[in-house]
Design a protein around this ligand. Structure first.
Ligand SMILES: Nc1ncnc2c1ncn2[C@@H]1O[C@H](COP(=O)(O)OP(=O)(O)OP(=O)(O)O)[C@@H](O)[C@H]1O
Ligand SMILES: [Mg+2]
Length: 212
């Protein structure tokens, strides 16, 4: 097992497109983990599951099928409504893991993304009850987004594993997130030129295993 990393992690973010799938791919590669994205909105372009399989070169069985695959690339509540269906949290459970490998679970969008008329992504996190890793940006604006996200996670009693900051290094923003957010910075992931198994493995070692 990777030092300091629990066997199951829920990867969320301060926004959509913030780097959750990229960070999940780093963890899948580095921890030799399995991957699961319970709710996928938008299936006409490449899905996150397909992206992870392609970029990490894991066999398909190490990436579980989604619980919900919604056609439109919208917020889950809206994507489901367009298909005249409702996301039912009670129907979403951690897949029966086929091996002793760790499991990386990726959310959709951020924490307060609505899933149906009265539940949000944070309710899915509570249901799955996994330690939460928050992916944030390094750029200006991130302090506000990150502190708001941490506040909501704490309000709901979720275990916060730490923050991964994605983007060009900014030590002022990093220190503010750490100090005001009272949170561990697990890694600062810099822009990668190539995303393929070897570079993911190297980046995991560089960013997550430093000091070990
Ligand atoms: N450190 C990085 N280096 C290079 N490319 C990156 C990095 N982080 C993110 N990207 C790229 O930015 C885009 C958005 O990242 P990603 O798909 O991981 O975001 P996301 O939070 O998973 O989005 P979604 O909410 O759609 O699931 C992708 O094309 C991804 O490959
Ligand atoms: Mg993603």
């Amino acid at each position: 097992m990777t030092p300091d990393m629990p066997a199951r992690i829920f990867v969320t973010g301060t926004d959509t497109g913030i780097g959750k799938t990229l960070v999940s791919s780093l963890l899948v590669t580095g921890m030799e983990a399995e991957y699961w994205k319970p709710i996928q909105c938008g299936v006409e372009e490449i899905t996150d599951r397909e992206w992870v399989i392609r970029k990490t070169a894991i066999p398909e069985w190490r990436a579980y099928p989604e619980a919900y695959r919604l056609k439109h690339p919208l917020s889950p509540h809206a994507a489901a409504r367009l298909e005249e269906m409702t996301i039912d949290l009670d129907s979403i459970s951690i897949p029966p893991v086929s091996s002793s490998r760790p499991l990386i679970v990726e959310g959709a969008g951020g924490i307060m993304v609505p899933l149906n008329s009265h539940q949000y992504m944070v309710d899915l996190m509570k249901r799955l009850a996994l330690p939460v890793l928050l992916v944030t940006s390094s750029r200006i604006g991130t302090i506000n987004h990150t502190l708001l996200s941490l506040e909501i996670l704490r309000l709901h009693g979720l275990e916060i594993l730490g923050v991964v900051i994605n983007g060009p290094r900014d030590c002022v923003n990093r220190d503010a997130i750490r100090d005001y957010g009272k949170v561990r910075i697990l890694a600062e992931v810099e822009p990668m030129e190539r995303i393929e198994p070897a570079s993911l493995k190297q980046a995991f070692r560089q960013y997550f295993l430093k000091g070990n």
